[in-house]
Design a protein around this ligand. Structure first.
Ligand code: FAD
Length: 470
């Protein structure tokens, strides 16, 4: 048995059902757990009050506490992992470093460089699958190719699933390396150049488990209620899945153990997550390009001022404005609203989907390259199994259908709260007396619509159709 190894955690910030740690503790006598605040990632973040950094920080504090309770502690480094990990491996003279596989292009390059450096020093780098149930081409067509359509992927995914795929990977925590005073400890967030900020979602493994337990009680109504942003009908687990404070196997175990439409539809959403991870792993070019290359020919004519109005929630379309304000204020946006806002940016404002994708990437607490890119390309009709280009959401009809009493809109656009429910979705049509009664002048207290939906819809259809004609 190997003497001493490191377990390098990245998107798996928990202690239970943890593949890399389970492997490491099965194969070595002593395992130390390390996290690197990666300067390549942190230096590129535009906001010093980035919520993701606070979320990670809190999850790590909890993890450190759990490790201390077992006589060990978390080693925390700040720098470039390509240097930091091999140099720590030298200092502690470990035989190997274990980690969970990551499918993002940057992470793949980083891990290859770490593996090279460790191997030059005679140490191993061992990667395990943890983020997904099936990675890359594990679920493939009969010809071994990647699926480009979700429904047959989901069918093949479900057919391939065996109980062992969902079995918990429990680490042997008796093998944790006793804490050593010389190990670098958790730095203060300010020392990393970031401020700690309040977040609507509890961070860490305990909070994730509490949320999953609580959601399990609501899972039965998920299928009917998940489309309504004013209801708390979805799990809110996306950030926990992103940072691995919950195990995806645990989520599937809970969903698949239950009967009914709610658990089935929820599991299908988790399979969408796997689908987009698979797309990123097999088609990394989607990071910069349309999945369907024909759509890269479009020169999107949208203007900067319209893009700014979208970003700031002043388009004159209440559901879009409410959602965009909510995103900026909280880092959260409901899935229905992500679809409506993305569609509005691309098909009403005619702005390149990549600009919207980047804006979401800046603010979403659950930002995940594969899911965000997949979601944007779906809405822009450029992606794998995307919305057909001729299907264009009408933001006002979406508003009437999914926020019927205007509850969500009133929370984020309080200036509209004085209107009757029917007028909230399209206050531009309210007459002068109605505006006075509502205490809101359209064009002054709340913006007039910046575009005409039917006119923009026609232009978008032409642009998208011209790309499909080749
Ligand atoms: C334009 C756009 C951008 C998006 N960006 C992201 C992102 O950066 N990070 C992210 O995690 N999700 C993203 N999504 C997917 C989806 O909106 C979120 O996963 C979901 O809203 C998170 O809420 P929840 O955890 O309550 O989800 P639930 O409804 O409880 O679903 C459970 C889990 O399934 C997965 N899931 C749910 N819906 C989808 C979906 N449509 N596509 C892929 N996976 C899904 C998520 O991991 C989610 O946590 C995006 C969707 C769109 C349309």
């Amino acid at each position: 048995m190997t003497q001493r190894v490191l377990c390098w955690i990245r998107r798996d910030l928990r202690l239970h059902d943890h593949t890399a740690l389970a492997m490491a503790t099965a194969e070595a006598r002593q395992v130390a757990v390390v996290f690197v605040f990666d300067t390549t990632i942190l230096d590129a973040l535009p906001d010093r009050d980035d919520r993701r950094v606070s979320f990670i920080y809190r999850a790590l504090c909890e993890l450190d506490e759990s490790l201390r309770a077992r006589g060990s502690r978390l080693i925390v480094l700040h720098g470039d992992p390509v240097r930091e990990i091999p140099s720590l491996a030298d200092r502690l003279d470990v035989q190997a470093v274990y980690a969970a596989r990551d499918y993002e292009p940057y992470a793949i390059r980083r891990d290859e460089a770490v593996a090279r450096s460790l191997s030059e020093r005679g140490r191993q780098f061992r990667l395990a699958k943890d983020q997904v149930i099936f990675e890359a081409l594990e679920v493939a067509t009969r010809h071994g190719a990647a699926y480009g359509v979700y429904t047959p992927y989901r069918k093949a995914w479900r057919e391939r699933l065996a109980p062992s795929d969902l079995a918990s990977r429990e680490p042997d925590l008796a093998r944790l390396w006793p804490a050593d005073d010389a190990w670098p400890a958790m730095p203060n967030l300010n020392a990393l150049g970031f401020q700690e900020v309040p977040i609507w979602l509890g961070a860490g493994e305990r909070a994730a488990m509490a949320r999953l337990n609580e959601f399990e009680e609501r899972m039965a109504s998920y299928a009917e209620e998940r489309g309504f942003p004013a209801l708390s009908a979805t799990s809110g687990l996306s950030a926990h899945l992103r940072f691995g404070t919950v195990s995806v196997r645990e989520c599937f175990r809970r969903a698949l153990a239950r009967e009914g439409d709610g658990p089935r539809v929820w599991a299908d959403e988790l399979i969408w997550r796997e689908f987009y991870q698979m797309i990123l792993a097999t088609r990394p070019d989607v990071v910069e390009h349309a999945f369907k290359p024909d759509f890269d020919r479009i020169a999107w004519p949208g203007t900067d001022s319209e893009f700014d109005a979208w970003r700031e929630g002043r388009t004159g379309y209440p559901l879009v404005d409410g959602a965009m304000r909510c995103l900026k204020a909280t880092g959260w946006m409901h899935n229905r609203l992500r679809m409506v806002c993305a569609s509005f940016l691309v098909k009403d404002l005619l702005v390149d989907w990549r600009k919207g994708e980047a804006h979401f990437a800046r603010y979403l607490l659950d930002y995940d390259l594969a899911q965000n890119n997949g979601g944007w390309q779906w809405c822009a009709s450029t992606g794998a199994d995307a919305q057909p280009h001729f299907r264009i959401f009408n933001p006002v009809l979406q508003s009437r259908k999914f926020d019927p009493d205007g509850r969500f809109i009133c929370e984020w656009c309080p200036e509209l709260a004085g209107f009757e429910a029917h007028a909230i979705h399209w206050p531009a049509d309210a007459g002068p007396l109605e505006q006075i009664a509502a205490g809101c002048r359209i064009g002054a207290d709340y913006p007039s619509p910046i575009v005409d939906h039917s006119e923009r819809r026609r232009i978008a259809l032409d642009l998208l159709a011209s790309a499909t004609r080749g």
